[in-house]
Design a protein around this ligand. Structure first.
Ligand code: LMR
Ligand code: MN
Length: 448
């Protein structure tokens, strides 16, 4: 096909997609002036006036789908303005009523029910939103974007198997659907089907379709490529960075506060937590003793790393604090260590981090990986360190632990660990708030 012809076809396709939805039925066209007047209020942000106007129209024309939809949207606006879940529930009910009226234009049924599902998700009513989306798919089985939304609904619910089925159906109906491809690839990756996930993630991203440009897809495509040893990973990280998803090619956390000082390795002085570092180094033997005692007596408190970060090997952790919450049971077995830490709220109060022992056995390799947030820094106190064979790379700088000494890095930068010694390695990990976060941010940032 000559190029210009194919592009005009493409344009037609685009136009078809952007076509304005038809929201008025025959009757609503006869009351268009009244509907427009109410809608004008809504567009101007006069939320209460718009709601009054649409409520009057609904009373006057109870069978008018467009008036009912205007009422739903006005309630939706008001819910947002007043941050009221009760009003939002009313809006959800009104959207449902729209779809139940006689002679509703197809576009309006879709628009109303899609918004209903979206608001149900917003309220955390994932099951309700699934029911709404299922109904939509049933009504319009040929509508691919609706099926794609249903897939997202299942993912939000944590039902990856159902989501997978949905995307398999979409890809059999529409093999080039980019949205379905990235989501399908994402699910395969979560199933640890690394090589299989790559073409789906890649082609989905290359499609440029709306809904595909999400940091998580670049993150997991790059990760999959790194695990199969393909250098193209960094090309994708670069694209992810250029599109604003990653602070840099190395720093790929997705839950960030903008503008925080960003460097892979830190000195104690730079962190302003020199007291904490001094205290850890001065008491390292006590901290080691308590860690070793737990390893001997109640090994079960050390839990294997469960984030699928290892290529191979044996790596477990024993957690004292996480998300700013103390684990009383763990602390009972390490009382002096916990007492020491209580003096440092920059760490015990770090709701985006952990405090834990980490034991790694010979023959372990931890894949290059990136923590979730730039809001913390990670201290590693060396406790039992074999004389050689243990190292950690963060960005392009590789270091080793020393007994009684603290290393500090920002784990939102890519890092990788090797344990090739002939005996185990034990360290103590202490996360701290990024020093530039204000007290207000430390109190209010959601935990991770
Ligand atoms: C990490 O924090 O990813 C690792 O470095 C932890 C460890 O035990 O080495
Ligand atoms: Mn890590």
């Amino acid at each position: 096909m000559p190029e210009d012809e194919s592009s005009s076809l493409q344009e037609k396709k685009e136009k078809a997609k952007k076509k304005k939805p038809k929201l008025l039925n025959k009757f609503d066209k006869t009351i268009k002036a009244e509907l427009d007047a109410a809608e004008k209020l809504r567009k101007k942000g006069k939320v209460e006036d718009a709601l009054n106007a649409f409520e009057l129209l609904v009373t006057k024309y109870p069978q008018s789908p467009r008036a009912r939809y205007g009422k739903a949207q006005s309630e939706d606006d008001l819910a947002e303005k007043q941050r009221s879940n009760d009003i939002l529930l009313r809006a959800i009910g009104s959207y449902e009523e729209v779809a139940g009226l006689p002679n509703v234009p197809t576009d309006l049924v879709k628009t109303a029910l899609k918004r209903k599902a979206n608001r149900q998700q917003f309220l955390g009513r994932m099951r309700g939103s699934i029911l709404t989306l299922q109904k939509l798919v049933q009504l319009y089985p040929e509508d691919i974007p609706l099926r794609n939304e249903l897939g997202v609904g299942y993912l939000l619910l944590g039902d990856n198997q159902k989501a997978k089925q949905v995307y398999e159906e979409v890809l059999s109906l529409d093999p080039n659907n980019g949205f379905a491809k990235v989501h399908y690839g994402f699910i395969l990756k979560a199933e640890n089907k690394i090589a299989e996930s790559i073409p789906y993630l890649k082609e989905g991203l290359l499609s440029g379709e709306s809904g595909t440009d999400d940091g998580r897809f670049y993150f997991h495509l790059g990760d999959a490529l790194q695990r199969v040893g393909d250098k193209e990973a960094y090309t994708w990280y670069e694209v992810g960075h250029k599109r604003g998803h990653f602070a840099s090619v190395w720093q790929r956390s997705l839950y960030n506060v903008d503008g925080l000082k960003a460097q892979a390795w830190w000195t104690a002085k730079e962190t302003s937590y020199a007291d904490l570092v001094r205290s850890l180094e001065a008491n390292w033997k006590v901290i080691r003793e308590e860690g070793l005692a737990v390893m001997d007596a109640s090994k079960g408190l050390f839990l294997p790393e469960d984030e699928n970060l290892r290529e191979k090997g044996d790596w477990s952790q024993y957690t004292l604090w996480q998300q700013g919450r103390k684990n009383d049971k763990s602390c009972k077995a390490a009382p002096r260590t916990c007492a020491l830490l209580e003096r440092f709220p920059e760490s015990t109060g770090c709701r985006r981090g952990q405090i834990k022992y980490s034991v790694m056995h010979p023959g372990t390799h931890v894949w290059p990986h990136t923590g979730p947030t730039n809001c913390r820094l990670r201290m590693h106190l060396g406790l039992v360190i074999p004389s050689e064979g243990c190292r950690i790379r963060c960005a392009n700088d590789t270091r080793s632990w020393k007994e009684g000494k603290v290393l500090i890095f920002d784990d939102s930068f890519e890092h990788e660990v090797w344990q090739e010694a002939d005996s185990y390695r034990l360290i103590f990990i202490v996360d701290v708030w990024h020093p530039e976060l204000t007290q207000h941010q430390r109190r209010t940032l959601p935990a991770i």
